[in-house]
Write a protein that binds this ligand. Structure first.
Ligand SMILES: NC(=O)c1ccc[n+]([C@@H]2O[C@H](COP(=O)([O-])OP(=O)(O)OC[C@H]3O[C@@H](n4cnc5c(N)ncnc54)[C@H](OP(=O)(O)O)[C@@H]3O)[C@@H](O)[C@H]2O)c1
Length: 291
């Protein structure tokens, strides 16, 4: 029997690269890893042609415009990638009968908090261009592919690309004193853990246990950016002076949610996932980074 095909878009990003590494563990599938060099997802005709030729069974869309601050002044491109491109993918996928797995963000919430971690059913209210465009992407996807799976994640890091962990290692090594925000609460998430979660959804689908919908997925636990920084430096054996500051003392172009802890009960119950604690995953990631 011919192998089923998984199309991974945004394959040169953090999550896409983790899926590339994971691919060989699933020899029952044929993977097609592509990024903007192979296919610009903002070109609807090119997207539909690609789907018609490949006819993938699954799509894992890791492509996104992820520069949260830059998005505030680069609004049009951010929306083209995070909303319009998702719509193009969704239209093509629905024509081919391809199942869509998509990744969204904790930034769809306003971060004012409800006194408990956010549920998938809680009202959204993004406070940044990035968050608004990602929410619009969720809606565009569900319009054409109502049986899609969307995993909302947060504070992603990996050995690939630029991320908070790598920045803090670089600054820590440079030895300069740092000021880091201590009043935003969330959960650092190792992209490798998210990649496993996405593959778990596909394996369940293959066993006839596919359950569409929006799910929250981060690593376990929570911290502030300041606490995250301290843990990175502690685990890396770097001695750095880090001062906790408030968001007001560290202005950025984009407003970020003060509270963005996500409740993961739904994905754990539905897909039987065991999720590692963020500190354990951080140590796994640090083993893979040359700092
Ligand atoms: N990073 C986080 O902290 C975070 C937090 C919550 C949720 N998420 C979500 O998690 C997912 C994965 O994030 P990530 O950190 O792995 O992202 P990433 O590293 O920024 O990778 C995204 C990839 O998409 C590509 N891309 C951009 N525009 C494209 C286009 N028009 N056509 C095709 N490819 C395009 C990018 O290429 P270029 O680099 O050339 O632009 C990049 O390779 C995204 O949906 C993101 O919104 C991320």
């Amino acid at each position: 029997m011919e192998k089923k095909t998984i199309l991974v878009t945004g394959a040169n990003g953090q999550l896409g690269n983790e899926l590339r590494l994971l691919g060989p563990r699933y020899p029952q599938f044929k993977f097609d890893f592509i990024d903007i060099q192979e296919l610009d997802l903002c070109q609807p005709r090119a997207v539909s042609d690609y789907f018609e030729t490949l006819r993938p069974d699954y799509l894992i869309n890791c492509a996104a415009y992820t520069a949260v601050d830059k998005a505030e002044s680069d609004v049009a491109l951010c929306w083209r990638v995070n909303r319009d491109a998702v719509e193009h993918l969704a239209k093509s996928a629905s024509i081919c009968g391809c199942r869509c797995l998509h990744v969204s963000t904790d930034y769809v919430f306003d971060g004012k908090g409800l006194g408990r971690p956010y549920l998938e059913t809680d009202p959204t209210g993004p406070v940044s261009v990035y968050g608004q465009s990602k929410l619009a992407g969720e809606e565009a996807l569900l319009k054409y592919c109502p049986d899609a799976v969307i995993l909302r994640t947060a504070w992603l890091y990996s050995p690939f690309g630029n991320n908070f962990v790598k920045t803090m290692l670089r600054l820590g090594k440079a030895g300069s004193a740092l000021r880091v925000v201590n009043d935003q609460l969330g959960t650092p998430t190792y992209a490798a853990d998210l990649a496993v979660a996405l593959m778990t959804v596909i394996l369940s689908a293959e066993e006839g246990k596919y359950a569409p919908g929006i799910y929250h997925f981060t690593d376990e636990g929570s911290c502030t950016w300041y606490e995250f920084t301290r843990e990175i430096h502690c685990q890396a054996g770097l001695s750095v002076q880090v001062t906790p500051v408030t968001t007001a003392e560290y202005p950025t172009a984009a407003v970020r949610p003060a509270y963005s802890i996500l409740d993961k009960t739904k994905i754990k119950m539905t897909y039987g996932l065991t999720i590692p604690d963020w500190k354990d995953s951080l140590s796994q990631c640090l083993k893979r980074i040359d700092y």
